[in-house]
Design a protein around this ligand. Structure first.
Ligand SMILES: [Zn+2]
Ligand SMILES: [Zn+2]
Length: 255
């Protein structure tokens, strides 16, 4: 399973891209920066997008990607997420005011985009990938996703945006195999009040939460706020978290 880290930040600058990961060229995890990091050929290959939650840093490029696909593909671009997230995207993004409703364009029968509802902890398949959503602790409804490949056996967990949480770690401990966790760490330690209020983690909160994970796997940090990056890397380094990777954007992993 090929996992490309297109964008790994919780803020947008010329070098920090908003959260998007691409698996085996066709399945995107979140849509913060898909149109900024993929050329048109790469965009056309994306057939399915898992959305963790509706915040702009995870959905910003969705409208532009589907717009680019207009007339270029036979099947609709499938957007997978929970019921609350789908309703929010329909109501607040694809509402004919902020952006067109591509589930009705050019007509309902040949739509450019289609939503697919994901139910918590009900595993489903997209081609050879097995996907399981688990709700996490953010300020809006938010799903973490386990993605496992039936071709390689590899499995990753993307926690999405979350503060201290429990259930996703329980599931992580129960599954057969887990190679890597892509996990939220957004603010430096002295900003823990803001981290808790906004549904995120500091390095110290993350280290405490990772004690619930009873597995030996790669820990990949995402969602660092760019203005705090140097300080947060120093704080994360001081915590001596085993097998940690703090600079994942632009890298490609194989699991
Ligand atoms: Zn968020
Ligand atoms: Zn975010």
């Amino acid at each position: 399973m090929k996992v490309e880290i297109l964008g790994a930040y919780g803020g947008s600058t010329d070098t920090s891209f908003l959260t998007s990961f691409l698996i085996d060229d066709f399945l995107a995890l979140d849509a913060g920066c898909l149109t900024q990091t993929l050329n048109l050929d790469g965009q056309v290959k994306v057939t399915d997008i898992l959305i963790s939650h509706t915040h702009l840093d995870h959905t910003l490029s969705l409208g532009f990607l589907v717009d680019n696909m207009f007339g270029l593909r036979d099947e609709p671009l499938k957007i997978w997420s929970g019921k609350a997230m789908i309703e929010a995207m329909q109501q607040h993004i694809f509402n004919e005011v902020i952006w067109p409703d591509f589930t009705q364009l050019p007509n309902a029968e040949e739509a450019t985009m289609a939503f697919r509802e994901v139910l918590p902890e009900i595993t489903f398949s997209v081609r050879h990938l097995r996907i399981t959503a688990v709700p996490v602790n953010h300020v809006v409804p938010c799903f973490a996703y386990f993605v496992a490949s039936t071709e390689t056996g590899g499995c990753i967990l993307y926690t999405a945006d979350t503060s201290t949480t429990d259930r996703v770690w329980q599931v992580a401990n129960e599954i057969d195999r887990l190679d890597a966790v892509i996990v939220d760490c957004s603010f430096p330690n002295h900003m823990d009040d803001l981290a808790i209020a906004s549904g995120h983690m500091t390095p110290a909160m993350l280290a405490a939460d990772l004690k619930k994970l009873k597995r030996d796997c790669k820990i990949m940090i995402y969602h660092i706020k760019p203005m705090f990056e140097d300080q947060m890397i120093a704080e994360l380094t001081a915590l001596n978290i085993p097998n940690i990777d703090m600079g994942i954007q632009g890298k490609t992993y194989h699991f």
